[in-house]
Design a protein around this ligand. Structure first.
Ligand SMILES: [Zn+2]
Length: 73
């Protein structure tokens, strides 16, 4: 990945980076890039917020589903 150029599939790269599924060499290249690219830094932050929101919804969903399992109606 060129440090001066934005990744082609930026959202996908940002998501893979945050999930730790980006190959080491690409993750390091992306780190070098987004510190000098406000656009990618913004996308990275937006993707981080999105992933945290999804994670929170999954946890809330699990908490809501569990009590129902033991209930009889
Ligand atoms: Zn960029």
């Amino acid at each position: 990945m060129d440090v001066d150029r934005c990744p082609v599939a930026l959202e996908e790269v940002a998501e893979a980076y945050l999930l730790g599924s980006l190959p080491e060499v690409e993750a390091r290249a992306f780190e070098r890039h987004y510190v000098v690219c406000p656009g990618c830094a913004a996308i990275l932050e937006a993707t981080r917020s999105y992933l945290e929101a999804v994670k929170a919804l999954v946890i809330i969903g699990a908490q809501r589903a569990m009590p129902l399992a033991g209930q009889s109606s």
